[in-house]
Write a protein that binds this ligand. Structure first.
Ligand code: ADP
Length: 191
């Protein structure tokens, strides 16, 4: 089994690239953002809670997010591979993910692929996505900038966790979608 984290700030293309990678490798895509949006649409208790944070561009508390993620890992024990998109987003979550994989699957993260994109490009991409998606958190520049601020405050430091484990690889996320996919595929094939 291969376990890969796709990492990067909001708007760096994680969702798009994750879609391409799971098609290529037949992995299971575990996106915490998608899980929250599903719960918000269904108006579950979890969805109602998550919405309070997401609407402001803040992270949902670790405890809530990790509980949801653990359940999805348990549901996918027989997968060929797991591709984590949007998790971990804090150092606490990175430690929890190591523990969950060890405890539930006797596995570990093999690689963290980080998409690197300049901040102003992120803002422009998210505003553009907001024109066609019905994601409320993409409609407002203030919320978008707060998500990027949260990234630098809480998420960026996750790089230290994977650097320390020699699992950190950066990929330029500003080129053509297909070129970026090919670079990511190349790194996964080295495993
Ligand atoms: P983006 O990468 O564009 O911000 P996502 O779909 O990954 O979009 O996430 C949307 C929102 O869901 C985030 O802004 C955050 O509020 C919440 N969220 C997603 N994943 C996590 C996580 N691992 N921890 C805390 N909050 C999360």
């Amino acid at each position: 089994m291969k376990n890969i984290v796709l990492f990067g700030p909001p708007g760096s293309g994680k969702g798009t690239q994750a879609g391409n990678l799971v098609k290529k490798f037949d992995f299971v895509h575990l996106s915490t953002g998608e899980m929250f949006r599903f719960n918000m649409r269904e108006e579950t208790e979890l969805g109602v809670l998550a919405k309070e944070y997401i609407a402001k561009g803040e992270l949902v508390p670790d405890e809530v997010t990790t509980k949801m993620l653990r359940a999805e890992v348990i549901n996918n024990k027989t997968a060929k591979g797991l591709l984590f998109d949007g998790y971990p987003r804090t150092t606490e979550q990175a430690k929890d993910l190591d523990e969950i994989l060890k405890q539930e699957l006797n596995e570990e993260i093999d690689l963290c692929l980080a998409l690197v994109v300049e901040d102003e490009i992120l803002v422009q991409r998210l505003l553009k996505r907001g024109e066609t998606s019905n994601r409320d958190d993409d409609q407002n520049e203030g919320i978008i900038r707060n998500r990027i601020a949260e990234y630098y405050k809480k998420t960026n430091e996750v790089s230290q966790h994977y650097r320390g484990q020699n699992k950190w690889v950066e990929i330029n996320g500003e080129g053509e979608i297909d070129e970026i996919t090919q670079s990511l595929i190349g790194e996964i094939e080295k495993l």
